[in-house]
Ligand binder design. Structure first.
Ligand SMILES: *[C@@H]1O[C@H](CO)[C@@H](O)[C@H](O)[C@H]1NC(C)=O
Length: 383
């Protein structure tokens, strides 16, 4: 019996090493960026965390760290104030923002950083009428949870085609849903969101940051990334049930997410890099097929897809604004939105297909050996 167990173990560890080798083989090597469109824009003390593209206005939209304002930024870097909402708590932060194209609305996740009193809300503004506020919905805490002690963090927002918004709570690892009338409720609190180990190299900037970037897919689900574990989840839009997306790596410190509609590519940004992901089975499994190094000092937090399917990240230097690590009265004036491109995207280079096949094969081998062991063990028992 003992020998048999050892044998089983060594066999499965052999399979594991094969699996590991395959995963290592298919891990993407970083590619560099060149010839990119760089937009520098001036807005003293803005320190924006959120970025999105407004296809009707043909401009970017960015949030703000503590000025209660939302701005448009043109291709040429011209900044205009779209929304200035003194009704928000003083010095409140605009985090994730998203355009609801069907209703021509802008949705914004509102958060209050310490020492402000906690506030978690979703605001909706009418883009047709010069930014009139439609609703400002406070987001409920978990039952029995005292948000004054452990603050909720409404971090990012995605919207479906009916105008329902989905907001991640990165402090408590759940997702709110806010309908188009502003009615807010806790929507998904899957136990899976608390099942994954925090990455050993998670530093103080994101160790306590769970569910973060979120995108909606019209096939009926949301994709959500978790900063401190590097995992991605697929969440059903009806039931809120979640599954872990099997990937060939963890995206540790993952922040914002964007999806390119043309080919379904998903981009995930962190302070260090931009990951490119593909899936062939609606995100039961996916593959990171490229990663592009970003400029760490710029503290990128958000990614969006603009006109002509071009991918842009926001360099909002948020941490400098939060830590106030600038000289008195010398808040930063300039911020950046920069195009990022993947070399592995161009031409007929369909590397991600091979990576997916490799991954599928590895899973298959693993499964087959498990079955074989099971059958062997069952044979032993019956004889
Ligand atoms: C908002 O920020 C300003 C500038 O830092 C500060 O003087 C003011 O007291 C803050 N307001 C609140 C309510 O904390």
């Amino acid at each position: 019996m003992k020998a048999n167990m050892t044998c089983t173990r060594s066999r499965s560890s052999l399979v594991l090493s094969i699996l590991f080798a395959v995963v290592l083989l298919v891990l993407p090597s970083p590619s560099s960026a060149s010839n990119r469109h760089v937009i520098n824009f001036r807005s003293p003390g803005l320190y924006p965390e959120g970025l999105t593209w407004d296809p009707s206005g043909q401009h970017f939209i960015v949030g703000s760290l503590h000025s209660r304002t939302i701005h448009s930024v043109s291709d040429a870097g011209v900044v205009q104030t779209l929304i200035s909402d003194p009704y928000l708590p003083e010095n409140a932060t605009i985090l994730g923002i998203s355009v609801d194209s069907s209703n021509r609305r802008l949705l914004a996740a509102i958060h209050c950083l310490p020492p402000l009193l906690p506030c978690s809300a979703l605001a909706a503004y009418d883009l047709r009428s010069g930014g009139r506020r439609i609703f400002l919905s406070p987001l409920p805490s978990l039952p029995g949870d005292d948000a004054d002690i452990a603050r909720d963090v409404a971090n990012d927002v995605a919207v479906d085609y009916n105008g329902n918004a989905y907001v991640t709570n990165s402090a408590k690892n759940f997702i709110w849903k806010v309908n188009s009338d502003g009615a807010a409720a806790i929507f998904s609190r899957s136990p899976l969101f608390n099942s994954q180990p925090v990455a050993p190299d998670a530093d103080a900037t994101f160790r306590d940051c769970g569910l973060n970037g979120i995108v909606y897919n019209s096939k009926g689900y949301l994709l959500v990334v978790q900063s401190n574990t590097g995992k991605m989840f697929k969440v059903d839009e009806e039931s809120g049930t979640a599954r872990i997306v099997l990937l060939n790596g963890d995206m540790v410190a993952a922040d914002g997410v964007a999806r390119r509609r043309r080919d379904g590519t998903v981009m995930v940004v962190s302070q260090k890099k931009l990951w490119y992901l593909k899936s062939q089975d609606s995100w039961s499994e996916g593959v990171i097929y490229d990663e592009v190094e970003l400029e760490v000092e710029g503290f990128p937090t958000a990614v969006t897809v603009a006109g002509h399917d071009r991918v842009y990240v926001l360099y909002g230097r948020v941490m400098e604004g939060i830590m106030r690590s600038y000289k008195d009265g010398e808040e930063r004036e300039w911020f950046g939105i920069e195009e990022v491109s993947s070399e592995k995207e161009s031409g007929e280079d369909k590397i991600w297909v091979y990576v997916l096949i490799g991954l599928g094969f590895a899973y298959f081998c693993f499964w087959r050996f498990q079955m074989k062991n099971l059958i062997t063990n069952m044979d032993k028992k019956t004889t």
